[in-house]
Design a protein. Structure first.
Lengths: 705, 232
């Protein structure tokens, strides 16, 4: 793993930032809730104060609220349009959320009801689930020997009235006024009541009845019941479900028709996204304004999505839509259609304290907060006012914070990672470059070629570069020292040798006894040998200088080599030489110096003769390809150790095992290298197997003509 | 009158040895150990021949300075560099400053004396009218063995004694290949092969300055050099 990978890995720790942010937002939610609660409490207390000035709004309910059945209550909400009394539920489809069970289901009988008012009429639709619908026998006068409805009320003048509705066939129905006392002897209807009308229709699992009752008939108390008869012969009532007991005036439930004054007041107080109830002291709804399910922010969101031009933000929005809990207004809240608020907050308000209650809707999608406050009139609690608001505003706020934070985190993360990546890339590039430069500074054979390191930057890499540079500098100085030590040594030794030699020369030989003459002679021999060593030692240096001033010319290599071969036959009479040329007719032109090439050949042949097996031939061969020429000097004899092959051309390296009279300093092949470089050529040493021996192969580029 | 020789050499042992050896040959020898003393001496009287070391104590090119000074004073004075420095660059620099020869210190005293004697002979021969002709003629080449002078196609060449002897060695037996060792021996010098090659190159250059088509000195690769008489 490179520096880049490691830095990227390290940068993953940055991911802790969005996590911390998320934790913070979780805390934020509780703060937001508290703030929200306080805000709502403030508002509801203001509303309560407003309501306390509206005494007459509560007066209507004063009697109803204090006596009789306080549990059953019907709050009639308005309808947008008139209901066609046709026995079908289609007209009510917008009011699905108002549907509530009527009383408690009993046996196989269960009833769902929806209510509403329009233009001074109360509309009720009852969906009765009954496995066996019994119709009134046309012959019977009794209304209670078949499936029937019982409606009881206190009329506007306070009289208890009982009505029954049944039919001999599905279709148009109307109610009959029943005797006040429900006695066995007195079950026949008194007279038809045409003001209560309805339509009775089949349904898949029973029947549906739509009823219309004018407000003029209604007082403050009301109850409705469905009686089920399953045996047409006996006609016994088997089950009854009822909103309240229809038989006793005291047990009737209360009914509240919205007071237009109350409605308009509440609508003025209302805000778009909350719902306001006014209840009496029995938590019965006596007025409300409904805004809870209205769409508040979604359009804005859609607009934002559409307006934001960058694909990134659209992508992010979509991402958040999928991952975050979104404000959801498509929920069913049974309470909002309830006529009685069985809510701890309202209960607390009835008791005299402001109440707060959090709940979730049945589908658990939305948190709803209810705050309630008692309404005082003349220091008596006459009712409560309650506000419900869904938590969409909190959710939206929270989501916005999360989105903003996530966007920032992602941007920061990407930016940091980008910067780190760029930085790491640059670092690794610089290190790569330094490595390549250092590699390039030293040739394959270990010679320092040129020191071209980028060492200007002041940081650690620059420091490393400088350290490499100075290391290479020292290495190259050391190499230079090694290469020049022979010439320096020869120069320094020359003076003492001259002293010895001139002193010996000054000895008057005639005056010496024969013994001394022998010693002087031996001393002279030693001096001569020393001299020849010195001469060889300085040869390489001289050659370097010569090469500096040598002029390049184009000459035929094969002629030079051939001449050399002839020369060697004379110079080494005891050695056999072979010369091969692949194409002797054509001149093979190369660029360089023929003298130097000959000198190179001298060294190679000198070397070859030293190692050649006796009676074996030294082979000089030339072969040329399209753009290069190779000259090979091969001798049979011991092969070279592999590890020495590359360094053999360095100064002062020698692999000679046996001692010879001639001094060997390992400078011969160094000279070969110098001349090879002068010719831009390459030289390599190969061990040959059959016959065993060593071949020096010189490859020289051909001159371009 | 005996010839006067001045030796400028910072190494005392060598200086004294040289002085003694040359005195034995009957020369009048003066010696100086540094440049200042030598300059003072030269102001008073110029000798016939000067042996100069290049490095004088701390002055690594003190000998060159002296050579330049002497050449200004006398264009005919014989100056021989006798030094431990044997690089091509030093040889070329020395000869370019007007020295007559350039010897390395490993020369034996016998060789040195022979060379000094040859120098004086050359000076004497140049001063005296042409007596008997002791010349070696090889085609266009004419070697005067008394004056150690060489001419090609009638044009005289300015050659150092070393160079003269190299030509002489080659031209004595035209066509015979002379190895570098033989050339060194005849020129009374002990140098390496590269230096011999440089000498030969310099000589060739001097010839080609007179005659562009000169090619009488032939390189025999692997062996040495030979004089081609019929080449012109």
């Amino acid at each position: 793993m490179g520096i880049r990978g490691k830095l990227l890995l390290a940068s993953l720790t940055l991911l802790i930032v969005p996590w911390l942010g998320y934790q913070y937002i979780q805390n934020l939610e509780s703060y937001l809730r508290t703030a929200h609660e306080e805000k709502l409490i403030d508002r509801v207390s203001i509303m309560a104060a407003v309501m306390s000035g509206q005494q007459q709004l509560f007066d209507n309910h004063a009697t109803a609220s204090t006596t009789g059945n306080t549990q059953s209550h019907l709050y009639i909400r308005p309808l947008q349009t008139a209901i066609q009394l046709d026995g079908y539920i289609d007209d009510w489809r917008h009011y699905q959320n108002r549907e509530q069970p009527l009383g408690k289901s009993s046996g196989d009988l269960s009833v769902l009801q929806r209510t509403g008012h329009y233009n001074e009429f109360l509309y009720i639709v009852l969906r009765v689930k009954d496995d066996n619908v019994i119709y009134r026998s046309p012959k019977s006068l009794r209304l209670d020997r078949s499936d029937h409805l019982r409606i009881s009320m206190l009329d506007s003048s306070g009289h208890f009235r009982r009505y029954q509705v049944t039919t001999i066939t599905p279709g148009w129905v109307s109610a009959y006024l029943m005797p006040e006392r429900h006695n066995n002897s007195d079950l026949l209807p008194l007279k038809p009541e045409p003001r209560i009308k309805g339509e009775w229709q089949y349904s898949n699992d029973g029947y549906t009845v739509e009823l219309r009752i004018p407000f003029t008939m209604l007082g403050t108390k009301f109850a409705i019941a469905v009686a089920d008869v399953d045996d047409a012969i006996k006609g016994d009532v088997k089950n009854i479900v009822a909103s309240a007991n229809t038989e006793n005036a005291d047990e009737l439930g209360s009914i509240t028709v919205p007071n237009p004054k109350m409605e308009s007041l509440l609508n003025r107080l209302n805000r778009t996204n909350n719902q306001i109830w006014v209840t009496d002291t029995h938590q019965r709804v006596i007025g409300m304004a409904d805004g809870l399910t209205e769409v508040i922010d979604d359009d804005l969101n859609e607009q934002q999505i559409q307006n934001s031009s960058s694909p990134f933000s659209i992508l992010m929005k979509l991402f958040y839509r999928l991952t975050l809990k979104q404000p959801n207004d498509d929920f069913t809240d049974l309470l909002s259609s309830a006529s009685r608020l069985d809510n701890p907050a309202v209960a607390a308000a009835v008791a005299g304290n402001p109440g707060i209650y959090w709940r979730t809707t049945e589908d658990e999608d939305i948190n709803i907060i209810t705050t309630a406050h008692p309404v005082y009139i003349n220091e008596n609690i006459v009712g409560t006012i309650a506000i419900e608001e869904n938590s969409n505003s909190i959710l939206i706020l929270q989501n916005r914070v999360i989105e903003a934070m996530a966007n920032m985190s992602i941007l920061t993360f990407l930016l940091t990672v980008g910067v780190l990546l760029a930085f790491a890339t640059r670092l690794s590039l610089r290190i790569h470059r330094l490595r390549n430069e250092v590699d390039a500074s030293i040739s394959d054979d270990g010679k320092v070629q040129s020191i071209k390191l980028h060492t200007k930057s002041g940081d650690e890499i620059g420091d490393l570069g400088r350290s490499f540079a100075s290391m290479l500098q020292r290495l190259s100085q050391y190499n230079r020292y090694l290469e020049t030590i022979s010439s320096k040594l020869s120069h320094e030794l020359r003076t003492p040798i001259t002293i010895v030699r001139s002193s010996l020369d000054n000895l008057d030989q005639d005056k010496l006894d024969p013994k001394s003459i022998t010693y002087v002679k031996r001393a002279n021999e030693g001096i001569t040998r020393l001299n020849s060593i010195l001469t060889r030692m300085s040869e390489a240096t001289h050659l370097e200088q010569t090469i500096l001033h040598e002029k390049r010319e184009i000459y035929c290599a094969s002629k030079v080599i051939e001449a050399c071969a002839d020369g060697y036959r004379l110079a080494y009479p005891e050695q056999h030489f072979e010369y091969h040329c692949s194409d002797s007719a054509q001149p093979i032109n190369i660029e360089g110096s023929p003298e130097l090439l000959a000198q190179l050949m001298d060294k190679l042949v000198d070397n070859a003769t030293d190692f050649a097996r006796k009676d074996s031939a030294i082979t000089l061969s030339i072969a040329n390809t399209d753009n290069s020429l190779s000259i090979t000097v091969h001798n049979q004899g011991p092969t070279l150790p592999d590890e020495m092959r590359a360094s053999l051309f360095d100064s002062m390296v020698s692999v000679r095992q046996h001692k010879t009279d001639e001094p060997h300093l390992g400078l011969g092949l160094y000279i070969v290298r110098l001349i090879t470089e002068f010719h831009d050529a390459k030289i390599e040493i190969q061990n040959t197997s059959s016959p065993e021996g060593v071949a020096f192969k010189l490859t020289i580029p051909l001159a371009t003509t | 009158m005996s010839k006067r020789i001045t030796i400028v050499e910072d190494e005392e042992a060598i200086r004294k040895n040289y002085v003694e050896a040359l005195q034995k040959q009957g020369y009048e020898v003066a010696s100086y150990a540094n440049r200042e003393a030598a300059e003072e001496g030269f102001m008073q009287q110029l000798p016939d021949l000067v042996l100069l070391d290049i490095g004088l104590n701390d002055e690594i090119e003190g000998g060159f300075e002296l050579c330049r000074l002497l050449r200004q004073q006398s264009p005919t004075l014989s100056i021989i560099f006798l030094t431990a420095r044997d690089s091509d660059l030093d040889i070329v620099s020395g000869l370019r400053l007007g020295a007559d020869d350039y010897l390395t210190k490993d020369i034996s005293l016998i060789n040195l004396c022979a060379r000094v004697a040859a120098f004086f002979r050359r000076i004497d021969a140049l001063q005296q009218p042409q007596a008997e002709e002791q010349a070696l003629k090889r085609g266009e080449l004419l070697l005067d063995m008394n004056r150690y002078s060489v001419s090609w196609r009638g044009h005289p060449l300015e050659l150092s004694l070393t160079e003269f002897w190299l030509i002489h060695c080659l031209a004595r037996h035209p066509g015979h290949v002379k190895s570098r060792e033989q050339l060194m021996k005849d020129a009374h010098i002990v140098v390496d092969d590269t230096t011999i090659t440089s000498h030969i190159k310099r000589v060739r250059k001097k010839f080609t300055e007179i005659d562009n088509a000169f090619s009488a000195i032939d390189s025999v690769y692997g062996m040495g050099y030979r004089w081609l008489e019929n080449q012109s």
